[in-house]
Design a protein around this ligand. Structure first.
Ligand code: NAP
Length: 254
């Protein structure tokens, strides 16, 4: 059987799940691509490559060299650069691009959200009065909070943080995080305000729901501009779109 090569741009749980689902098919060869930021990423039951491609040209070259038949962008909604590169590289290579675009969280009744455009604005909006702040935004964009040393920070990330904040406690943990455990964390640390990216999805929504329940405000960082490519909202829709694009028979036993 001719097997078609599918490259998944990953770094999310959705991408890992997709890779594992597609790797079971004997009519596909699947490669999951990671940026290489996480020291010990969860390993899927699929082939993995790691590290940047070297911009659009590097990605386009990889697509050509590895005879990739379809590209799936299942990166995090805040990973704007690789998503933009994927649009151009797939077009240059003349292959279909399927984008998994998790819908953003919507403010619900009872949510106290302060929506800002980026992490720097989130640091600025915390104000002058000392507060205990839960930073649940990963470890790569903590620098703006160095300029707001009046606050106490509880910082959660998968890997250890390099740039230390003056008054901070660090928690190393990997999601998903349920609402009950997030509620317990917010109470245990006496959190006054949560800073979150609007990532969408279920895996990290627990803190948003727990904050609502406890009447704790959330500084919610809006998403960057999307890449312009039309996206689908679920893994099932990606599988359907891929099947359509490559003319594949439906998955058996799923
Ligand atoms: P980014 O700003 O869009 O990407 C920066 C550069 O990292 C890209 O230009 C590319 O390098 C490389 N890169 C990113 N994703 C890659 C992938 N899947 N495979 C190979 N190279 C990749 O992205 P980011 O915000 O740094 O995020 C990096 C990774 O972490 C992404 O895979 C993303 O899904 C994941 N992640 C990000 C966030 C977030 O909040 N940003 C949260 C959770 C997970 P070259 O130009 O050299 O190809």
């Amino acid at each position: 059987m001719i097997s078609r090569h599918v490259l998944i741009l990953g770094g999310t749980g959705d991408a890992r799940q997709l890779a594992e689902r597609l790797a079971k098919r004997d009519d596909l060869r699947v490669t999951l691509s990671l940026a290489g930021r996480t020291a010990a990423p969860l390993q899927p039951d699929a082939a993995v490559r790691s590290g940047g491609f070297g911009g659009v040209e590097g990605l386009a070259h990889y697509l050509w060299e590895e005879r990739v038949d379809a590209l799936i962008d299942a990166t995090h909604p805040f990973a704007a650069r690789i998503s933009a590169n994927a649009v151009t590289a797939a077009k240059d290579a003349g292959i279909p691009l399927i984008v998994l675009a998790r819908p953003a969280w919507q403010q619900a009744v009872g949510d106290i959200w302060i929506q800002v455009d980026d992490v720097a604005a989130a640091a600025a909006v915390l104000g002058e009065v000392r507060r205990t702040v839960f930073l649940a935004i990963g470890r790569q964009e903590l620098a703006p909070f160095v300029a707001a040393p009046q606050h106490r920070y509880i910082v959660r990330s998968v890997d250890a943080v390099d740039a230390a904040l003056p008054d901070a406690e660090y928690i190393l943990a990997r999601g998903p995080f349920g609402e009950a455990e997030e509620r317990e964390l917010l109470l245990r640390h006496g959190i006054d305000v949560v800073v979150s990216k609007n990532s969408g999805g279920d895996a990290t929504y627990g803190k948003v729901a727990a904050a609502r329940e406890l009447n704790i405000p959330v500084v919610m960082v809006r998403r960057p501009q999307p890449s312009g490519a039309a996206g689908v909202a679920s893994i099932e829709e990606v599988l359907a779109a891929l099947g359509h694009a490559l003319g594949l028979p439906a998955e058996r036993g799923e």
